[in-house]
Ligand binder design. Structure first.
Ligand SMILES: C[S@@+](CC[C@H](N)C(=O)[O-])C[C@H]1O[C@@H](n2cnc3c(N)ncnc32)[C@H](O)[C@@H]1O
Length: 201
């Protein structure tokens, strides 16, 4: 898709933020997408790592599939979670990379980041870094990341070229992108592209 967005990007971001603020402040509410620990377990999220992530994070898990089926992350590596939300994937990654590694999470919804921070503290993890920001402009140096992970986030961003350019910039040569996301196999009508409600779900 070109950088010419079919929707007002500022309005879209504010709607997305509203939706995911609710996922973090009222995780027991009914959403049009599945959430929480039972969902992560149904997807087959890796144990024992998932079991060690506190409910503070996992009750607001809103991933769409299990990218961990594509591989684990080695001790000592740097993992970056794009749109880390409340931190379920980030904190699983932080356990895999261990104390010599680095787990960096980025999200634009502050209340999600608050949950991730509380959980990292409760787990005593010192290798976790959190950034408030947009995945279209990453606050990281070139070639500084071994594995980029992301779950259910890139589908929410109209300018996907900007996201993939940034991933390409921060990944080390030989680094890996491991994502779970929503893909539509049929042409999306012009009217549907302009419907903000269809972007935010
Ligand atoms: C479906 S949730 C997934 C959260 C997390 N990956 C998980 O699996 O629980 C989408 C997340 O992406 C974040 N997000 C959406 N668009 C973003 C953007 N352009 N930059 C940064 N974060 C974004 C939202 O704030 C929200 O936390």
């Amino acid at each position: 898709m070109s950088s010419q967005a079919p929707v007002d990007v500022e309005v879209l971001r504010s709607e997305i933020e509203k939706t995911y603020t609710e996922v973090s402040t009222s995780p027991q509410s009914d959403f049009i997408f599945p959430t929480g620990r039972a969902w992560a377990q149904t997807l087959g999220y890796p144990e024992p790592e998932l079991g060690k992530v506190p409910d503070t994070s996992v009750e607001s898990f809103a991933g769409v599939a299990n990218h961990w089926r594509l591989g684990r992350i080695d001790p000592g590596q740097t993992v970056l979670d794009l749109g880390c939300g409340a931190g379920t994937d980030l904190l699983i990654g932080a356990q895999m990379v261990g104390p010599e590694g680095r787990a960096v999470g980025l999200d634009m919804t502050v209340s999600m980041l608050d949950r991730a921070r509380k959980s990292a503290e409760a787990m005593g993890l010192e290798n976790v870094e959190l950034h408030e920001g947009l995945i279209e402009t990453l606050p990281l140096a070139d070639h500084s990341v071994d594995v980029v992970i992301s779950n259910g986030v890139i589908d929410l961003v109209p300018n996907k070229d900007a996201v993939f350019d940034e991933i390409d910039r921060v990944l080390r040569p030989g680094g890996r992108l491991q994502i779970a996301d929503v893909v539509i196999h049929t042409e999306v009508s012009e009217d549907a592209r302009k419907n903000i409600d269809l972007w935010t779900g």
